[in-house]
Design a binder for this molecule. Sequence first.
Ligand code: ACO
Length: 322
Amino acid sequence: MTYARILATGSALPERVVTNADLEKLVDTSDEWIRSRTGIRERRVAADGETTGDLAYRAALQALQDAGVKASELDMVVLGTTTPDIIFPATACLIQDRLGANGCMAFDVNAACSGFMYALGVANNFVRTGQVKKALVMGAETLTRMVDWSERETCVLFGDGAGAVVLEASDEPGILATCLHADGGYKDLLYNPVGVSVGFSDEKNHGVRIRMSGREVFKIAVKTLDALVDETLQAANMHADQLDWLIPHQANLRIIEATAKRLGMSMEQVIVTVDKHANTSSGSVPLALDAAVRSGRIKRGQNLLLEAFGGGFTWASAMVRY
Ligand code: ACO
C-alpha cells in the first residue's frame, strides 16, 4: 500500500501585527469582546504589494528545505486559496515558476476556509494512485484584502498567512484517511458576491467585502465538525483515544473547544494559534501544523486529526500519521 507521508512543513506570516487594541481605534469594539467571543488577540496583515503567492512561496521554500527536496523533484504543486494573486494563471503556477518546478502539474483549489484540506485530499489521492511521488501542498490567503475595516462584525475575525507541506509516496503510513464535503445550499450564510462573471463591483452593497451570518455559521460549524470528526475516525478505523493531536481550523476558540469536547480530548492536545493568527482561512491548518512541528510538540509516529470548515459551506478533514 502506498501512503502520502508528510516529509516537512513550512509557514509564513506578514510582519505587521494588528492587535485588538488597534481595532478599538477603528470600530466600536473591545479587546474583551473579541477575546471572549473568538479567542483572538492579534492578527497579521499583509503589507502593500505583499500577496498570497509571496506568503505561500516563503512557506514552500521552508518546507522544501526541511524536507531536503529540490523543487525540480516535485510532480505536483497545489494551493488552497480563495484570495489568488490574479485571476489567472493560478497562483500555484506563479509559485511553481518562482521555485523552479516548471513542468509539473500546478493548480489552485478554492474551497474557502477548507482550501488546504481540499488540496491535501486531492494530493493524497494522486500519491496513493502512484501518479505523483512528491507533492507540494499549500494553503495561503490575504483575506484582509476583502475585509471592510469599518464593519466590526467581520473585521476583527480575519488575518493573513500561509502554510505548506511536502508529501512523498511511502510504504510507511502517512495520510490514513481524508473526508471532503460541501453543501452549496448554505451559500448565502458566508460569501463574497463580487467576481469575474457577475462583475467586479457591487455598488449596492458597498464593494468587495465578506458577508457573514456569524451566529448561524457558528451553530452549523459546531454540528458539522462533530459529525466530521466521527466520520474521519471511522474512515481511519480508529478511536478518539488513539489521537495525539487535534489541529483544527482556527476561526473561533469556542468552535475548537466544542470539537475537542466531542472527541474527549483535553485542550492540552489541541493546537491553538487563533489567538495570534486569527482566521487565515486556507492558511490556518497548515500554519498551526507548522507551529506545532517547529515547537517540537508534534513528533514522528503520532496521530493527528486535521479539520476545517468554511464558506460554501465546505468541510474537510484528514487523519495523519506524522
Ligand atoms: N465588537 C463588539 N460588538 C460586536 C462585534 C464586535 N466586533 N461584532 C458584533 N458585535 C455585537 C453584535 O452587533 C451584537 O449586538 P446586539 O446584541 O446588540 O445585536 C452582539 O455583539 C452579539 O453578536 P452575535 O453575532 O450574537 O455574537 P456571537 O456571540 O455569535 O459572536 C461571532 C459573533 C464571533 C462572529 C461568532 O458568531 C462566530 O465566530 N461565528 C463563526 C463565524 C466564523 O468563524 N466565520 C469565519 C469563516 S467560517 C469559519 O471559518 C468557521
